[in-house]
Design a protein around this ligand. Structure first.
Ligand code: FES
Length: 139
């Protein structure tokens, strides 16, 4: 076997090994339930709120580019997580029932409306629907 043949075989072998893993990785990130990731259109996914930060009033989490929060009275709200100023992920402030950007201090209402700059554009608000302990987030 000459050098060219060796690399041709090794290269093909590596591709044969890696390709299924990549395909499996894609399938996982796309998920089998139709989940989308990081987009502002076609959002429709679910999250179990029986444990973790969303099990407690005032908790929040970021999933698929969306910050999902449980208010102090137990309602669920969801907005795009990326601050419209420079893209930093916003946090939920349960005491003020608002979203706050830790980078330059922009603030948004519970529906994503800008209430304090420097951001000038609203966050995208998403719908939520709770069934048992399954919360659906959708556009
Ligand atoms: S990145 Fe959020 S206020 Fe600047």
């Amino acid at each position: 076997m000459n050098r060219k043949e060796f690399f041709a075989r090794v290269g093909f072998g590596a591709a044969a090994v890696l390709l299924p893993a990549c395909v499996a990785g894609l399938a996982t990130s796309c998920s089998s339930d139709g989940t989308t990731s990081g987009t502002t259109t076609g959002v429709d996914f679910t999250v179990d709120v029986s444990s973790g930060t969303l099990a407690t009033n005032g908790g929040f989490m970021v999933l698929q580019g969306i910050v999902i929060a449980r208010t102090l009275v137990g309602d669920f709200i969801a907005v795009s997580a990326s601050c419209t100023h420079e893209g930093t992920s916003v946090n939920y402030n349960s005491g003020g029932n608002k979203f706050v950007c830790p980078n330059h201090g922009a603030q948004f209402s519970s529906t994503g409306t800008v209430t304090l700059g420097p951001a000038t554009r609203n966050l995208t608000k998403y719908n939520t629907s709770l069934s048992g302990s399954t919360l659906r987030i959708f556009s």
